[in-house]
Design a binder for this molecule. Structure first.
Ligand code: ADP
Length: 537
């Protein structure tokens, strides 16, 4: 009897299974990774991305590239996820993570050709990853960050900041670069909180960055407190308040306008007066309430009506309005305040504290400086620069440098960059592979091969011959020169990457291994790709 056909999928659904599906997925993921290859390292090339609105982005930052590319293929999306995880966890190493995931898949494909089953490859990769983590901890060099005020410690941190910024930030002068680096290090040492492991926790949300056009990068300053890009609202208000008790409002100091247009019939001038009197009375009550709880500064997320401004000025209260929500939240944290949503319920405990609130002129504008905040760890970098592009670029590299410092301080261990750590790990993983044996040995060796492609790619971007460079590096590592790597800037091999300040926080490297191994093994796990038919647009 002929069987009744079972219809499992909707018509038009495409399905590929087993090796076909796997090859397909590997191809898609590798294609993405190969696009990023040439962007790796300080001589990496830029990509020009044009989105559906014709907006152009030019960048060599892996995170930005994969975010902008609108990847469709589900397997390639797994690599995008790896980049996102990398960015979220450590804020650095995204290009490396995607490129390494692609390399792991490339090597896996060669094993599939030799009839090694995907589950064996996955097992081998997992073993190699765990061993690599173990080795990483053994190999990494501890750096002394005990006393962040110590000039020697600062000088060391400055080297790390320099490495992160040098490839991206085009400073006009050495003085500019120095100024920015000093600001970054001061900012981070201010917000750093000691941890039991000898490192520090650095909450980057305590570091606010504001950009103000005008002047040069060298005019940038670090404010120990917060800056609001706003003027004091009324000429009759004080410009400077010491021992400030600050009400942080997200309610408006205005009479609420009715949502729906209401019709009020007024038939006599007295009625207009009493109507306006009502409004005035309401606003005066609000201001009186704020004064009664002891506020001498009011920072408001919403508007402050003219009449309210007048009453505030009469009470000698300094006020600013229309402050960004993100700033309001930062103020709450920095000043030890509670955001007031209903003024009539406000209490003295809601107020925040700062030694000084003062309006100052910056270029052609006025800004309000809040210094000596209750939480002394809040800082504000006020960036100056001649144009928006310079400011944006400076902000991006400052963010990178802040992340790099955070990674170092959280776990004060570094490894040599320029492919040195990859060659060392690969060498040791091969030794380990021999102790494992069997087909898994092949997979562990493939993992080592993938790692070694990193120095080859870096060599390529520097115009060096990739194969002979790798051979030379291997020979040096076998001799025990564990920090030998590629100096991409000068196109040569260097025995100690630390001596030219090319180093990476161990935290970043560990995450690169983790994100890439996870992405590669998840692609290898899929043996069935079922795609619904695409809707025709
Ligand atoms: P990612 O997004 O992964 O951080 P980058 O483009 O910043 O990508 O490249 C990082 C790689 O470049 C790391 O392997 C790092 O060690 C290496 N690198 C950075 N600067 C240099 C240099 N001056 N010489 C050699 N390698 C470098």
């Amino acid at each position: 009897m002929a069987g009744v056909p079972v219809l499992l999928f909707k018509e038009g659904t495409s399905r590929s299974t087993g090796r076909d599906a796997l090859r397909n997925n590997i191809l898609a993921a590798r294609t993405l990774a190969e696009m990023l290859r040439s962007s790796l390292g300080p001589k990496g090339l830029d990509k020009m991305l044009i989105d559906s609105f014709n907006d152009v982005t030019i960048t060599n930052d892996g995170a930005t590239i994969v975010k902008e590319m609108e990847i469709q293929h589900p397997a390639a999306k797994l690599l995008v996820e790896a980049a996102k995880a990398q960015d979220a966890e450590v804020g650095d190493g995204t290009t490396s993570a995607v490129v390494l995931a692609g390399l792991l898949l490339e090597k896996a494909e060669a094993l599939l050709d030799q009839n090694v089953h995907p589950t064996i490859i996955i097992e081998g990769y997992k073993k190699a990853f765990n061993k690599a983590l173990e080795l990483l901890t053994q190999i990494s060099t501890k750096i002394d960050v005990k006393n962040l005020q110590d000039p020697a410690v600062k000088a060391n941190l400055k080297k790390i900041v320099y490495t992160t910024m040098a490839s991206k930030f085009i400073a006009e002068s050495e003085a500019e670069m120095n100024k920015i680096m000093d600001i970054i290090i001061d900012a981070v040492s201010k917000v750093a909180e000691p941890l039991p492991n000898g490192g520090y926790n650095v909450s980057l949300d305590l570091v606010k960055i504001d950009k103000k056009k005008g002047g040069t990068i060298e005019d940038s300053i670090l404010v120990h407190g917060l800056v609001l890009d706003k003027e004091v609202v009324h000429p009759g208000m004080p410009r400077r308040v010491e021992k400030a008790k600050i009400a942080v409002l997200d309610a408006a100091l205005e009479v609420e306008k009715p949502e729906i247009s209401a019709k009020i019939s007024i038939t006599s001038p007295e009625q207009i007066k009493s109507f306006l009197d009502e409004e005035t009375k309401y606003l005066k009550e609000m201001v009186d309430k704020l004064a009664s709880i002891g506020a001498n500064v009011v920072v408001c997320q919403k508007g402050i009506d003219d009449i309210a401004q007048h009453f505030l000025a009469k009470k000698g209260i300094l006020a600013v309005r229309r402050v960004k929500r993100s700033d309001i939240e930062k103020l709450e944290k920095a000043l030890g305040a509670r955001i007031i949503s209903s003024i009539k319920d406000a209490t003295p405990e809601d107020l925040g504290y700062a030694e000084l609130v003062e309006e100052r002129r910056i270029g052609n504008d006025k800004m309000v400086f809040i210094e000596g905040a209750k939480n002394p760890r809040a800082v504000n970098i006020l960036l100056r620069g001649s144009n928006d592009m310079a400011l944006d670029e400076a902000e991006r590299s400052i963010n990178d440098a802040l992340h790099a410092l955070r990674n170092i301080l959280l776990e004060p261990m570094i490894v040599p960059g320029g492919g040195a750590i990859e060659v060392e790990l690969a060498m040791k993983l091969r030794e380990y592979a021999r102790t494992v044996g069997g087909k898994e040995q092949l997979a562990i060796e493939a993992y080592a091969d993938a790692l070694e492609e990193i120095p080859s790619i870096l060599a390529e971007t520097a115009g060096m011959e990739p194969i002979s460079t790798l051979m030379d590096l291997r020979a040096r590592h076998v001799k025990g020169i564990a920090n030998a790597g590629v100096d991409v800037i000068n196109g040569k091999i260097v025995d100690d990457m630390f001596s030219i300040n090319v180093l990476e926080p161990v935290r970043v490297k560990r995450q690169v291994l983790k994100s890439s191994t996870e992405a590669a093994t998840s692609v290898l796990k899929i043996d069935d790709l079922i795609a619904a038919s695409q809707l025709k647009s």
